[in-house]
Design a protein around this ligand. Sequence first.
Ligand code: FCB
Length: 475
Amino acid sequence: MATTTDAGRHFPPDFLWGAATAAYQIEGAADEGGRGPSIWDTFSHTPGRVLDGDTGDVADDHYHRWEDDLDLMVRLGLPAYRFSIAWPRIQPDGRGAANQFGLDHYRRLVDGLLERGIEPIVTLYHWDLPQALEDAGGWPARDTAMRFGDYAELVGAALGDRVDRWITLNEPWCSAFLGYASGVHAPGRTEPAAALAAAHHLNLAHGLGVQALRSVLPAGSSVSITLNLHLVRPATDEPEDQDAARQIDAIGNRIWLGPILDGGYPDDLQDDTAGRTDWSFVRDGDVAMIAEPLDLLGVNYYQPTVVRRRRDGEEPQVSHGHGESAESPFVGADTVAFVEQPGPVTAMGWPIDASGMEELLLQVHAAYPNLPLMVTENGAAFDDEVSDDGQVHDPRRIAYVDDHLRAVGRAIDAGADVRGYLLWSLLDNFEWAYGYSRRFGIAHVDYDTQTRTVKDSGWWYRDVIAAGGLAAHDG
Ligand code: FCB
């Protein structure tokens, strides 16, 4: 149990501390090692899709600089590192035999981590679908789920002897609804019905991925999924606003939790979306495949969401907290309005509210008391610069992480079984549709020289990890 004293907050001794990244956001080397194109290559090279025309062609050049980056992790004292494997490095066309070169790259990376005493946590899919699979229909096509099962088996078989912790998908909500409904993420389609099919096929891919991993991993390996669960608050106690919150909870959260953990898609979700689809893409036996037992649930939390019912005559919103698009990512929830919240925001415009972290972890724990949780992402973007003294002073990031860690600690005190915290992100990187304009790293990256400079928050985090918790607040 975490304890709060005047001296600060200590976390359980086996609490896993770490940092996270994702392949397309840091690797670069888009044409090397036999890598095929992904939907993010296509999307970022399409004018107007990514701010300033940025692409992941070079990114942090981590593909070449991985050893230096591992040494950086050592300097930060990171016990764990969550990264993702680029599917198009393993299967350039998304199907068929593995590209040995790609597997070898990740094997070297994993060995480098293990040699340095850093625990690898592998995410199999962090949004970089092989373009060939998109050309064949993408996530709205059922076959993509099957292909993911094959890919999971290839990677599990190759790395299972040295990686204990596995995550199938990262934030499938973003893949389905930002990718296929609002279109602000790759592949940039605005087809709400297809987005619902994509969601189901992502769930199916997860289930098939779990099965595939279990078939090749040693017993005792941990298999999970990472969800960006929306902590939704109704703007008022009025029934219509509460119902708006219910709808966002359905299309944001229970569309995953339902089939994965509760045995099926919620009725209210199906009612809300009935005007868009008849759900005939769900076949007999699918839900059983999706409901494979998990060892842990990864939770990403950045900000709360406040909603109310749109009043008669009010225009639909084009901003839903996830970029501008005429088409809402919250399919079937067209009459929900997203309420701007008072108070400070990050460079993403996301409100800073750590109470949502505590509330979310407690909600999930109450619903699934026997399922261990891990915060697989949390962090903040600010406009960081290297100062004249050569350092990067980012007190607001320190305050953000400090507050959110305290919230995690309170959730643990209240009974939530939270096993670790992985900060987003190790490095400044390609922040999807925002390109390189948003800096989430605890290490600054100069994109002209690829110089890494540990920010104040990085050194602070090193001290937190070394102390196993937080010092007393002095402010
Ligand atoms: C999450 C993504 C991650 C990063 C952070 C800021 O939604 O998983 O790649 O972009 O947001």
